[in-house]
Design a protein around this ligand. Structure first.
Ligand SMILES: NC(=O)c1ccc[n+]([C@@H]2O[C@H](COP(=O)([O-])OP(=O)(O)OC[C@H]3O[C@@H](n4cnc5c(N)ncnc54)[C@H](OP(=O)(O)O)[C@@H]3O)[C@@H](O)[C@H]2O)c1
Length: 215
């Protein structure tokens, strides 16, 4: 059975998954790289950034699950580009010619455009539909594998609120951002449908997994 999964979604102690002031120069707003330093330090994160030689400890083992068994991704418009990217017909995402997805990727936006085929198997499709409809399309494209909800928080929150997420991996980073895009608004009591496991690692982050309880 194809599942819907979220991985490596990094939040501050006060629940923000991005800072305030997203722009082309500051994709994560005033948070900068602080939410993802733990991941950038790992072998997985280093490879995602086109390098090699990161750490191979517990953070790496957990981060790596992001790419296992995934057949497609759904992401929000603000992950795909900075505010206003829809006005730039040449914008193809942050990730260069060969993005690290290597699957179909469905970008949710109120201003959809024609699909963009990239090197390495990534094809960006643009959808203006509710989460449940997007999931049907992404699942169909995933060839029996799982669908990853790639974020940001607005998109992840919509899918969690709609009861569409089977597995959620959050990484709580010990910083207080104070402002930005929050994950938890509207999700009161969401944990009740999940088995929750929590483990902190020597880097200082805390990994939380929410796995949907069998009915
Ligand atoms: N902390 C992490 O681990 C993590 C992970 C991924 C991304 N990020 C960061 O998070 C930020 C982006 O997150 P975000 O929460 O601001 O935004 P987001 O979830 O990426 O995108 C939200 C936008 O997507 C469009 N959208 C969402 N659902 C839609 C639907 N059902 N139908 C049509 N359009 C829909 C809307 O844009 P329009 O109305 O403009 O079309 C909406 O404003 C970026 O800074 C990114 O780098 C962080």
């Amino acid at each position: 059975m194809s599942r819907t999964r979220i991985h490596n979604l990094s939040i501050s102690l006060d629940g923000f998954a991005a800072g305030e002031g997203q722009s082309a120069e500051t994709p994560m707003g005033h948070a900068g790289q602080r939410l993802h330093r733990w991941m950038i330090a790992t072998d997985f994160g280093t490879r995602m950034m086109g390098g090699d030689g990161g750490s191979t400890g517990v953070d790496d083992a957990v981060a790596h699950r992001h790419e296992l068994g995934i057949g497609s991704e759904i992401m929000g418009a603000n992950k795909f580009g900075p505010p206003g990217w829809q006005d730039d017909p040449d914008w193809t995402g942050w990730w260069g010619d060969n993005p690290p997805f290597h699957t179909p990727v469905f970008v949710l936006t109120h201003r959809p455009r024609a699909p963009i085929e990239m090197a390495g198997g990534t094809v960006f499709h643009f959808l203006d539909v509710p989460p449940a409809e997007a999931l049907v399309v992404a699942r169909d494209a995933a060839g029996g594998l799982d669908v990853r909800i790639g974020g940001g928080a607005t998109t992840a929150g919509q899918f969690i609120a709609a009861g569409l997420v089977d597995h959620l991996h959050l990484v709580q980073v010990p910083i207080v951002l104070g402002r930005g895009v929050r994950l938890w608004d509207g999700l009161e009591g969401m944990e009740s449908g999940y088995d929750v496991e929590v483990v902190s690692t020597p880097s200082g982050v805390t990994h939380l997994t929410f796995t949907r309880r069998a009915e």
